[in-house]
Design a protein around this ligand. Structure first.
Ligand SMILES: *[C@@H]1O[C@H](CO)[C@@H](O)[C@H](O)[C@H]1NC(C)=O
Ligand SMILES: *[C@@H]1O[C@H](CO)[C@@H](O)[C@H](O)[C@H]1NC(C)=O
Ligand SMILES: [Zn+2]
Length: 297
């Protein structure tokens, strides 16, 4: 598709390039109206190793990836969460745990330790499902990202310039027609906060002390896809070791629409905040399965 007016607009914006990259990371201005145009301001978005991609169990390399190891994931935070509507998503920074350090992961494709920094979501609308990754050809309703930084780098800026800088855990959710709250206490706190986060830049602090692991509920943490990819928002840096869980968690049909009530910085509905699929090209996608599954198949 060709949008002459939009292209012209972005070409003119190119003159602003030196300033555009100076925005602090959570004040980057971009829109989901024309994600194909991001590359004119953020060159990595048109570059290699981009995310999201479509994951297919029949096109993976079933090598024996080690399991992920979750450190401090089930220890309480030493502070309350501050959830914020940043105009693109709902997010929070991960506090340290009562042990003074943040939860961390290693294993899978990760050769180092990666500490959890932030959590955010991608969703669709009443018309469209909004996960970013596809699993066996299906798009799901919601996708949660837990962003981790390689502890050998000192800052986000440094990590965003290294191919092993970040690790993101992705969890997909599927809407179910059930009113009962599923065993995802952390997620339920976040869902209960969304009504307070309608306006751009609004924030809210749920009154519960949570653990990062409580966002995952009873998820099978042993079964995941892994590949080398990128941030799915500008600047699309190709610095992410993705780990996408194969199990899809339930979310009630009464809860999911709460995301669609949020508004962006222009006061418009904040919906469909997922990036289109990117091509896998020559990349390898790995899948690790729980040992029990190998036993039964
Ligand atoms: C790291 O920075 C250099 C210089 O700015 C750039 O050319 C390169 O693409 C960056 N690498 C990554 C992975 O972002
Ligand atoms: C967001 O809100 C904070 C205080 O709550 C304020 O300091 C900041 O300037 C606001 N940012 C924008 C972009 O409005
Ligand atoms: Zn994301």
């Amino acid at each position: 598709m060709h949008f002459p007016a939009i292209e012209d607009f972005y070409k003119r914006l190119l003159f602003l390039l030196p300033f555009a990259t100076e925005f602090p990371s959570d004040d980057r201005r971009f829109s989901y109206d024309a994600p194909m145009q991001w590359q004119y301001i953020y060159p990595h978005c048109g570059g290699s190793d981009q995310s999201p991609i479509s994951l297919n169990a029949h096109k993976v390399i079933p090598i024996g990836l080690p399991p992920l190891h979750f450190g401090l994931y089930d220890e309480p935070f030493d502070d309350l969460l501050i959830l914020r509507n940043n105009g693109h998503t709902v997010e929070f920074s991960v506090p340290t745990t009562v042990y003074g350090e943040r939860p961390y992961i290693t294993g899978g494709l990760l050769g180092d330790f990666y500490e959890a920094m932030a959590v955010h979501f991608h969703w669709g609308s009443s018309q469209q499902k909004g996960s970013e990754h596809l699993l066996n050809g299906r798009r799901y309703d919601l996708e949660m990202h837990i962003v981790h930084r390689n502890t050998k780098y000192q800052s986000d800026e440094e990590a965003r310039n290294q191919t092993d800088g970040l690790a993101v855990l992705a969890v997909l959710f599927k809407v179910v027609r059930s009113n009962y709250l599923h065993y995802q206490p952390g997620l339920n706190e976040i869902l209960g906060s969304l009504l307070h986060l309608s306006d751009f830049n609004s924030s809210y602090t749920p009154a519960a002390f949570l653990t990062l692991g409580s966002l995952l509920g009873n998820l099978d943490r042993g079964n995941f896809y892994a590949y080398q990819g990128s941030l799915t928002t500008p600047p699309c840096s190709p610095v992410v070791l993705w780990h996408v869980f194969a199990e899809v968690l339930p979310i009630s049909h009464l809860e999911l629409p709460k995301f669609w009530q949020l508004r962006d910085r222009r006061g418009r509905p904040l919906i469909n905040n997922f990036r289109p699929l990117q091509s896998i090209k020559r990349r390898q996608v790995f899948q690790r399965r729980s040992p029990e599954e190998y036993f039964w198949t």
